[in-house]
Design a protein around this ligand. Structure first.
Ligand SMILES: Nc1ncnc2c1ncn2[C@@H]1O[C@H](COP(=O)(O)OP(=O)(O)O)[C@@H](O)[C@H]1O
Ligand SMILES: [Mg+2]
Length: 314
């Protein structure tokens, strides 16, 4: 399904800042002025190394944190300020999250069916027990699990199966946006591909959008329509997957791309990893502003950096 970029964005994040005061004299600037949009049915891949602020962005959007500054709009409703009961309900049902470690996020004492049905229970989303059971069975089938799995416990499942449970739990609310925070990072590579394919199939069927968070670009390339590159809380570059992969502008993006192993051994032998060290780079992220490269491709930098990196004359 092609994404309609002339449609109204499903999610608009505008100038998001998320700071954590850790002591009297020290505040962590986890997210610094981040703006991006996600369109209905789109997969937006957010990549960056550990500690770059990916999870914080996801958690601020779904309001596990109160944003320090900035505006977040979801499906036409502003969700960054004080939430009304109605808006809170929309947020808790229409936006769902899948976590990295399914074992830690699934209650070990609850049966899979009840874990999956939790959202339905909280939001009274069924008329009777039969309808509840039917909804759970439908979702189990959708994520490739068997009906009898509903009466088993999390420890009886493999890592890949548990992640399917995590997806089922998110999906049962029929959300418009799923935030998947490193949801495949803990899985074997072969299982990663299976889960990503499942997520793609589900998107085809339901039209849900994904904020797909990952620390490397390999799977992100495969699933994302657009990609945002995050470093030290700053969104440095964003564009379609094609724009980012064929014409990376920021040295940090280039270093991330050069770190991806090539599947072809001959190409892999010649691969040169580009190193990047912010401290010695002379780059100051706080001085950067968004520069349009082309299409929907933007890079955050100063005018001088932009001219140098794109070899343009100013
Ligand atoms: N609740 C918190 N209190 C203080 N610092 C935090 C908190 N959550 C995250 N951080 C810090 O914010 C930065 C970004 O963290 P995080 O969003 O978890 O990064 P990522 O998901 O990209 O690994 C890190 O420096 C982290 O230590
Ligand atoms: Mg994280």
């Amino acid at each position: 399904m092609a994404v309609d970029y002339s449609a109204k964005p499903l999610l608009t994040v505008d100038g998001l800042k998320q700071y954590f005061k850790v002591s009297k004299s020290f505040t962590v600037h986890a997210v610094e002025n981040v703006s991006f949009k996600i369109y209905p049915g789109e997969t937006y891949g957010l990549v960056g190394e550990s500690g770059s602020g990916k999870s914080t962005i996801g958690r601020s959007i779904i309001r596990l944190y109160d944003p320090t500054a900035g505006k977040i709009q979801f499906d036409g409703t502003e969700i960054s300020g004080k939430l009304s009961t109605h808006d809170n309900h929309i947020l808790r049902t229409q936006m769902q999250m899948i976590f990295q470690d399914p074992m830690a996020s699934l209650n070990p004492r609850k049966k899979i069916g009840d874990i999956i049905g939790e959202g339905l229970d909280i939001h009274h989303a069924y008329m009777n027990r039969a309808e509840r059971a039917e909804k759970i069975q439908d979702i189990l089938a959708k994520v490739g699990l068997a009906p009898e799995h509903a009466s088993r416990y999390p420890h009886q499942f493999s890592g890949g199966q548990r992640q399917r449970v995590g997806i089922a739990r998110a999906l049962i609310m029929n959300p418009k946006l799923i935030i998947a925070d490193e949801c495949i990072s803990a899985l074997d590579v072969s299982i990663q591909a299976q889960v990503v394919n499942l997520m793609k199939d589900i998107q085809q069927e339901t039209g849900t959008a994904y904020l797909f968070i990952a620390h490397d670009l390999s799977m992100v390339k495969y699933i994302s329509d657009r990609i945002g590159v995050l470093h030290l809380g700053h969104l440095l570059e964003t564009g379609t997957t094609e724009e980012i992969f064929s014409n990376p502008i920021h040295p940090y993006t280039r270093s991330l791309l050069s770190a991806i192993p090539a599947p072809n051994p001959i190409v892999e032998k010649q691969r040169v990893a580009e190193s990047y060290d912010y401290k010695t780079s002379g780059i100051d992220y706080n001085q950067g502003t968004d520069h349009l490269v082309s299409g929907s491709h933007y890079v955050k930098c100063t005018d001088e950096e932009f001219a140098k990196w794109t070899k343009r004359v100013i």
